[in-house]
Ligand binder design. Structure first.
Ligand code: HEC
Length: 247
């Protein structure tokens, strides 16, 4: 293959990768903004997956750019080197300048990586720990309750105990603004409605309640299955709420 053809192919690949980088960068900024990973997908992929694609495209672009520089190294050294007075001889050593450039580049990368590693700081996680703390208390309630059936009313979970879970995880898609599938989590009666199908919740029988399959990710071919999956603690809390009569 002659050299001009190689150059053309390399430049073409670089241009395509560059377009891919702009396109995925746009997706990550606008249609799938930060914080949307759990709630939105585009063509079957979430924000994090698009972020991975963006990363690999940029790595490919970097590789192609390095090949491009290597192919034009002679030109870079003679024209730029001379213009900046870095090179005085008329026959500069290409290998030596390449080693210097590569060395400088590696030193800069290592220094940057080291600085970034050193300066990473952990945030205080007061909000998260207070939420999981509450879950903890509620599951303990549940254990207490099953251990002592003589006081069934004392620790029965109510709507107020489970609603916060639905509010944080479901309200965006099933609330006053968007009510996908005609279902709103802020209307308690929607959990018991049966228009043709079994209602989502059968009080006292979590195993007969389709809601549990949906939120534990067991429902096959569920639309946006990832958005419907809750943590084990949350699922067990809701299971308990249903088994206790879904008050
Ligand atoms: C990112 C948006 C999104 C989130 C968040 C979300 N859902 Fe959905 N949900 C959907 C979509 C899309 C459908 C399917 C709509 C359709 O088929 O028309 C759906 C359907 C449903 C259905 C109907 C299922 C059926 O049998 O057809 C239920 C029930 C439901 N979601 C419950 C929930 C619950 C509970 C949560 C919170 C744990 C939740 N959803 C969170 C988007 C979402």
């Amino acid at each position: 293959m002659n050299r001009t053809l190689v150059n053309i192919i390399i430049d073409l690949v670089a241009a395509l990768l560059f377009l891919g980088m702009i396109a995925t960068g746009y997706l990550l900024r606008f249609p799938l903004p930060p914080g949307s990973n759990k709630t939105l997908t585009l063509w079957g992929l979430g924000r994090h997956q698009w972020g991975d694609i963006h990363f690999w495209i940029s790595l490919g672009l970097l590789t192609v750019l390095i090949i491009h520089l290597a192919l034009h190294w002679n030109w870079i050294v003679t024209v730029i080197g001379k213009r900046c007075n870095l090179i005085k001889t008329s026959q500069p050593s290409l290998v030596r300048s390449a080693i210097w450039t590569l060395g400088l580049f590696i030193v800069m990368c290592v220094a940057f990586g080291w600085l970034a590693q050193r300066d990473v700081k952990a945030l205080h996680q007061s909000i998260c720990s207070s939420v999981s703390g509450k879950d903890q208390i509620n599951t303990q309630d549940h254990d207490l309750h099953t251990d002592e059936p003589s006081t069934p009313q004392a620790n029965t979970l109510g709507w107020d105990d489970v609603y916060p879970i639905f509010a944080t995880n479901c309200l965006d898609c099933h609330g006053p603004q968007k009510n996908l599938a005609g279902f709103r989590v802020d209307r308690l009666e929607d959990f018991f409605k049966n228009n043709g199908h079994a209602s989502l919740v059968t009080p006292g029988q979590s195993s007969q309640s389709p809601l549990i399959a949906i939120i534990s990710g067991k429902r096959a071919n569920m639309a946006m299955a990832e958005s419907h999956k809750l943590s084990e603690t949350e699922v067990s809390l809701i299971t308990t709420w249903i088994d206790q009569g879904a008050k």
